[in-house]
Design a protein around this ligand. Structure first.
Ligand SMILES: Nc1nc2c(ncn2[C@@H]2O[C@H](COP(=O)(O)OP(=O)(O)O)[C@@H](O)[C@H]2O)c(=O)[nH]1
Ligand SMILES: [Mg+2]
Length: 684
């Protein structure tokens, strides 16, 4: 199949909270569009999405999955995005390369954190948005309650285009108030063509059609005038105005149905094809000046069967097999291998991907998530995916001693595929730190690493990178002297310590007059002091925020050496440090917690008990964002805490702000603990 013109494409990411039925809905859309012969289910593990072992075992999407369908002569690229906050990186990748987002909401649960999080991102990117209230067959499902929440919590401009006929187990179909027709529930079969609206629904359908018109005419002046004039507006012209408003992202149509019964997919496919703009309308995400062909790699997947697969969006030009493209990050030339359409785990060979299209390519060597591929090197910015910062850190140690290097290599490989995983060695504590979005995120990654690379590691909470500093001035003199036959050792210095404002940095000031210590030996004193500072006497943490004045000293013509002055410097520092009121500093984190209003009291109370300082609360339609500063040592396992307080309905982000002095009663415990740890280490 040759490349399609961009006007024939619709790129849509399917977004929503975990368990709202996104993967099931994608399955139903593919089935309705006759891409599949039968409707698979999550429970039997037979869907196109969630084909991976981990996903089937956990009954949870972990990676984004690409699928495509043809509807009304348009090609829909659907990206099923995991809803769990652990895999937020996937959502960022997907939203970056689409024009439209399809939000799936549970008719039972209504708006959840995952909905709000995705909405914010789609809003930042200015995407067209269509919503689908799913699971209307379930007990306690209520379309109208969910609609109210959408209007209150996401946007007043969420407007119903479909209505349920009946409710819960008596749901029998849906009404399309845009085209004024109805669909009977197909009970898991393909939906047929629509019929007339049943008698008992006509009044409600009329009421909601008017609400829809009220919304739509506001976006179109000519239409508004005629509407106010009392003229009848035709189905086609309203549909046209709605399409325009959805494209511009000023009206958000709300559809509904039951994914597992394939109810609502016909009308939803129509809505997507008509409402979501094509890449031709929106232009590409970025235009790369000077290049003919440009493709943006938004996801690298390690496929157990096909090896490394890169998913890309063509920004301009066409991508063909055997073509050689340059990676703007590595400057390496990469020959395109086999091009593929991806339908879950199925790969279908493709001839070409044209501008705006989304495709897959196998076996590129160095290319990774976030890379830009060009037909020739041009100076350009690479589009940013905008990954969130990891919030949970673990110290990792290989189960088998000596495998440190193997583990690091394997994890680095995973981080190339998923940049919300980060590995670094903490210079201070010496630990290998693996950071991710949650405990589950890190655990899933490590399970994969175990299978793919045969590595096995243990996770521990990381040690807090404390620092030490001084609160007052002090002075000390030290002399290092040895006379053991032959040549002796002699170093002698007097130093003054002063706190530096803000507890940061280190300064060494040479105040020697008259050469009481020769020029050549003074840097050795500095060196000795810095060595002593790398492990403070309080808790073995590095010392910061100290200015050292070298004020006096003496030397010996024969016995003095750099070594002797280094030792003298170190001795003088240790003595002066003990007299300068040393204190412990701890990292303070800025925490932003988003929770349902009713959990605010409990969350605040918990933060208080963790020495947190609240400095902001922003309620927004049922959810409140709490801002607080909390010591890192108190939030090492905050994810678990928040989950248990909010029953999984909370979300948080965290980043380092500054170091602060540890209050005396807490410091004492840290100091005793580290001393104990050092003693145990010494006896082993
Ligand atoms: N009753 C009912 N169950 C549904 C519906 N949609 C999905 N489910 C079930 O809800 C669970 C979660 O669905 P899934 O598609 O994995 O949700 P996702 O996490 O959003 O991808 C599965 O057990 C589905 O079978 C629906 O419309 N009605
Ligand atoms: Mg899913």
């Amino acid at each position: 199949m040759p490349a399609l013109e961009p006007g024939k494409l619709r790129n849509v990411a399917v977004i929503g909270h975990r368990g709202t039925g996104k993967t099931s809905l994608v399955e139903a859309l593919l089935y309705q569009a006759e891409e599949l012969n039968r409707l698979g289910t999550i429970d039997a593990g037979t869907t196109v999405g969630d084909w991976d072992d981990d996903e089937q075992r956990r009954k949870l999407s972990i990676s984004l999955a690409l699928a495509h369908a043809d509807w009304q002569g348009r090609k829909l690229n659907l990206i099923d995005v995991p809803g769990d906050p652990s895999f937020q990186g996937e959502m960022r990748c997907a939203l970056r390369v689409v024009e439209g987002a399809l939000f799936v909401i549970s008719g039972v649960m209504g708006v959840e954190v995952g909905t709000t999080r995705g909405w914010k991102r789609a809003e930042e990117l200015g995407l067209s948005r269509v919503l689908f209230v799913n699971m209307l067959d379930r007990e306690r499902a209520d379309f109208f309650r969910a609609l109210g929440q959408l209007q209150e919590q996401l946007s007043e401009r969420c407007v119903a285009v479909h209505l349920p006929i009946g409710s819960e187990h008596e749901l029998t179909g849906i009404v399309d108030v845009l085209h004024m027709c109805a669909y009977a529930s197909p009970g898991g079969e393909r939906e047929g063509e629509p019929g007339p609206i049943p008698e008992e629904m006509t009044a409600l359908a009329q009421e909601y059609r008017e609400k829809l018109l009220d919304e739509v005419v506001q976006t179109d002046e000519a239409l508004m005038e005629r509407y106010l004039d009392g003229q009848e507006l035709g189905v086609e012209e309203v549909a046209h105005a709605l399409k325009d408003a959805v494209t511009r992202g000023v009206v958000f149509p709300v559809a509904c149905g039951v994914a597992t019964q394939n109810l609502g997919t016909h009308a939803l496919l129509d809505l997507i094809v008509e409402g979501v703009p094509s890449p031709a309308k929106m232009g590409s995400i970025t235009h790369i000046e000077g290049a003919e062909t440009a493709a943006f790699v938004f996801k690298t997947i390690a496929d157990p069967f096909a090896g490394r697969i890169n998913l890309f969006r063509v920004l301009q030009g066409s991508v063909r097999p055997e073509q050689t493209l340059v990676d703007a990050r590595t400057h390496a030339k990469e020959r395109m291998g086999a091009l593929l359409f991806q339908q879950g785990k199925e790969h279908i060979p493709a001839e070409e991907f044209g501008p705006g299209d989304i495709g897959a390519v196998a076996k590129l060597k160095e290319v990774q998530t976030g890379d830009l591929l060009l037909d020739k090197e041009v100076a350009t910015d690479v589009p940013e995916i905008g990954f969130p910062e990891p919030v949970m850190s673990f110290a990792i140690t290989p189960t088998i001693k000596g495998e440190e290097e193997k583990v690091a290599t394997a994890i680095r490989r995973l981080a190339e595929e998923d940049p919300t995983l980060r590995l670094h060695r903490d210079a201070q504590t010496g630990e290998e730190i693996l950071a991710g979005m949650s405990q589950m995120h890190v655990e899933v990654a490590l399970e994969r690493a175990k299978r793919r690379f045969g590595i096995d590691v243990e996770l521990h909470p990381p040690r807090v990178p404390y620092l030490e500093t001084i609160r007052s001035e002090s002075r000390a003199h030290a002399r290092y002297k040895k006379q053991t036959g032959g040549r002796g050792q002699f170093g002698d210095c007097t130093i003054v310590l002063e706190p530096i404002e803000g507890n940061v940095g280190y300064e060494f000031v040479d105040k020697i007059v008259g050469g009481v210590i020769p020029q050549g030996f003074r840097p050795a004193v500095d060196k000795g002091i810095q060595e002593a500072m790398s492990q403070g006497e309080l808790a073995g943490a590095p010392v910061q925020g100290v200015r050292v004045l070298l004020v006096d000293g003496s030397y010996h013509n024969v016995d003095s050496s750099e070594m002797a002055f280094k030792i003298a410097g170190s001795m003088a520092f240790k003595e002066a440090y003990a007299k300068a009121q040393p204190v412990l500093l701890e990292p303070i984190m800025e925490l932003e917690v988003t929770v349902p209003d009713e959990a605010v009291g409990a969350v605040n109370g918990d933060l208080n008990s963790r020495r947190g300082r609240l400095h902001g609360m922003e309620p927004a339609g049922g959810m409140t964002t709490i801002k607080a500063e909390v010591p890192m040592s108190e939030v090492l396992t905050y994810a678990q805490t928040l989950t248990s307080i909010t029953g999984g309905r909370g979300d948080y982000a965290m980043h380092f702000v500054r170091y602060e002095e540890v209050p005396a009663h807490v410091a004492q415990k840290v100091i005793t603990d580290t001393q104990k740890a050092r003693e145990t280490a010494a006896t082993h």
